[in-house]
Design a protein around this ligand. Structure first.
Ligand code: ARG
Length: 471
């Protein structure tokens, strides 16, 4: 590697060792931005010709050469040379080998500092779109689960102790809204990336009469950056995208944790499809929810990627510093991991069996109608605190006798308090407890149906945004 001629060779008397060359290289990581690099370079060359900085003939030769390289990389025929430091040098070198001196004109009015900022922004936009699509797919599956299991009642928990019964649909839609906010964060990251930095050159702008807006229009950017120093130093857009990935992973991890618990024998609320389970090499009976566990586990990696990127940027003076080459590996890992996990979770949700009877049985325990009984006493004029006390005592005595609220007879209720009349068995009915939660956003069936409509609207808005991106 150290034998290769450096593009800055003029000023140097000798070159770094092979080890240092490899230490300084980023090609293995940034070569995945090859398409962005080529598309960006073609736009730059066309702009240079239009502005009379290079000839149209040179721009044609550059465009042809780059298009050929594009096809070769796409079809897997391009030979990446380990001697190339990064994707920008690899492509420029291949171009110059093919078209001669015209290739050497491509880098006029440009630095790798604004070039890498451009490529990374284009790549971030492409990935934000893929993330938005994958997030929408999981939301669609959550909404379908809610729709197809509209009547299923399950225990709701606080502190992982049974609290009040809820609809399974309500529980699924809770995750829908988390992922909808993740989609908003991804969209914000897209917009943050959608500003065109080329023309900032190394740090101070360029002496050539560049037309930055032409390049921005051609590459589909909404705007051009306002400050050349900021343009080559800013990686906020990558932080935004990595943060969006991190929160998405935290949400997926929570969902996976519930699926793992729910598929245990103790809960039995869901049964994972065999395709999303693995066995044990020693225990023949085992069926493990590995993929949910891995998603939960990979969340740690993505959190690490975010912290890593924040730490790389912290304390960097303006403008470009080589530290910034360390921005991509973690961000790419966060994006890849999140995309994979969204695919895994979507498939897991779409194929799992929902065990409605087990959920309903679970909703009978835990004295989950206690709040409703207290509310009933309030309806009869008792202050809530006193009602809380009365029902608390009732729960205690049931607990001592090993009975549930649904086991008590009308006479037994009446003996607790006269306001607990014959209609009280209807009060403790689990389904009735759910149906009474009619507040907007509550778990009552009518509220959940309205919520599902809102979810469908949200999904439609999300696809409209994606469709508006074109291409
Ligand atoms: N590979 C570099 C990166 O990813 C490209 C920019 C290099 N610029 C420089 N002045 N060395 O950051």
């Amino acid at each position: 590697m150290s034998d290769a001629k450096k593009p800055w060779g003029g000023r140097f008397e000798h070159t770094p060792s092979r080890f240092l060359d490899e230490f300084g290289a980023s090609l293995p990581v940034d070569k995945r931005m090859w398409a962005e690099d080529i598309t960006g370079s073609i736009a730059h060359a066309r702009m240079l010709a239009r502005q009379g900085v290079i000839s149209e003939a040179d721009a044609d030769a550059i465009e042809e050469g780059l298009s050929e390289i594009y096809r070769e990389i796409r079809d897997g025929h391009f030979d990446f040379d380990v001697a190339d430091e990064d994707i920008h040098m690899a492509i420029e070198r291949a171009l110059t080998e093919r078209i001669g001196p015209a290739g050497g004109r491509l880098h006029t009015a440009r630095s790798r500092n604004d070039q890498v900022a451009l490529d990374t922004r284009m790549y971030a936009k492409r990935m934000a779109r893929e993330l938005a699509e994958a997030l929408a797919a999981v939301r669609a599956t959550l909404a379908s689960l809610a729709e197809s299991h509209a009547d299923v009642v399950m225990p709701g928990y606080t502190h992982l102790q049974k609290a009040q019964p809820v609809l399974f649909a309500h529980h699924m839609l809770a995750y829908f809204w988390m992922l909808a906010r993740d989609a908003t964060r991804v969209r914000h990251a897209y917009e943050a990336a959608d500003i065109m930095p080329l023309g900032s050159a190394a740090l101070a702008g360029t002496t050539f009469p560049v037309d930055r807006r032409f390049v921005a229009d051609r590459l589909g950017f909404a705007e051009v950056t306002a400050n050349s120093l900021d343009s080559v130093s800013d990686r906020d857009f990558l932080l935004d995208l990595t943060y969006a990935c991190t929160v998405t992973m935290v949400h997926l991890s929570r969902l996976c944790e519930e699926l793992i618990m729910w598929s245990s024998e103790e809960f039995g609320f869901v049964t994972m499809d065999d395709a999303y389970s693995t066995g044990s090499s020693i225990m023949p009976q085992k069926k493990n929810p590995d993929f949910a566990e891995l998603t939960r586990g990979k969340t740690g990696r993505v959190v690490g990627d975010l912290v890593g990127l924040l730490t790389v940027l912290k304390g960097l003076p303006l403008a470009y510093n080589k530290d910034m080459q360390e921005d991509k590996e973690g961000a790419f890992d966060a994006i890849d991991t999140t995309l994979d996990c969204l695919t895994v979770v979507e498939g897991m949700l779409a194929t799992m069996r929902v065990n409605a009877e087990r959920m309903l049985a679970g909703a009978h325990g835990g004295f989950m109608a206690a709040t409703d009984l207290a509310d009933h006493l309030v309806g009869a004029g008792m202050p809530f605190r006193e009602a809380h006390e009365v029902i608390g005592k009732l729960v205690l005595s049931c607990e001592r006798e090993g009975r549930t609220l649904q086991d008590l007879s009308a006479e037994e209720f009446a003996a607790v308090h006269p306001a607990l009349g014959p209609d009280v068995t209807g009060v403790v009915d689990v389904r009735a407890v759910v149906e009474r939660r009619v507040s907007e956003g509550g778990t009552g069936p009518a509220s959940v149906a309205a919520q599902l409509d809102g979810a469908r609207d949200e999904l439609a808005a999300s696809s409209a945004w994606l469709a508006g991106l074109g291409g």
